[in-house]
Design a protein around this ligand. Structure first.
Ligand code: SF4
Length: 151
């Protein structure tokens, strides 16, 4: 099997700039597992979490933006307030399939995320990137799973 183009690793370190958590162009889609983890973190039921913090886009549940802003509802002063319980989509960034599919896509992503290719960033091993990307892909399936509203 061919080795991936990123086999020698890629440089990334989140600077905490918060840019990926703002802006109207992106959505954080949620799996049932994401909802359960976040609801537990917020100490509310799954149904309460869905009612308070989610909306439906293209038939899928995703996080709300804060009122009158394009920021994620859980962002405060550029900090994620649910970081320990953040969704898999956030957790696996920037190791998304379309971000690492080739070098051109990676360089394009660097225009939006200052942590990509940041001079102070460590080199993340290719094997680790591949595992994270598989988690991302598996999660795409999970995001389309049926929700159990009984919790
Ligand atoms: S845009 Fe990149 S550097 Fe900024 S918060 Fe998001 S992941 Fe971190």
């Amino acid at each position: 099997m061919d080795e991936p183009w990123f086999k020698d690793g890629l440089r990334f370190k989140c600077t905490g700039c918060g840019k990926c958590c703002t802006g109207s162009s992106g959505y954080v889609f949620l799996s049932p597992h994401d909802i359960e983890v976040m609801a537990r973190h917020c100490e509310i039921s799954v149904q309460e979490f869905i009612d308070l913090y989610t909306r439906i886009i293209d038939g899928q549940l995703c996080l709300l933006d804060a009122p009158r802003t394009d920021e994620c509802i859980f962002l405060r002063d550029k900090q994620c307030t649910v970081y320990q319980a953040r969704p898999i989509q956030c957790r696996t960034f920037p190791w998304w399939l379309h971000t690492i599919k080739n070098e051109e896509a990676w360089q394009a992503a660097a225009h939006d995320c200052e942590g990509i290719n940041h001079p102070d960033a460590p080199i993340i091993e290719g094997n680790h990137i591949a595992v994270e990307c598989m988690t991302y892909v598996d999660n795409l399936v999970e995001q389309n799973s049926e929700f159990d509203f009984k919790n």
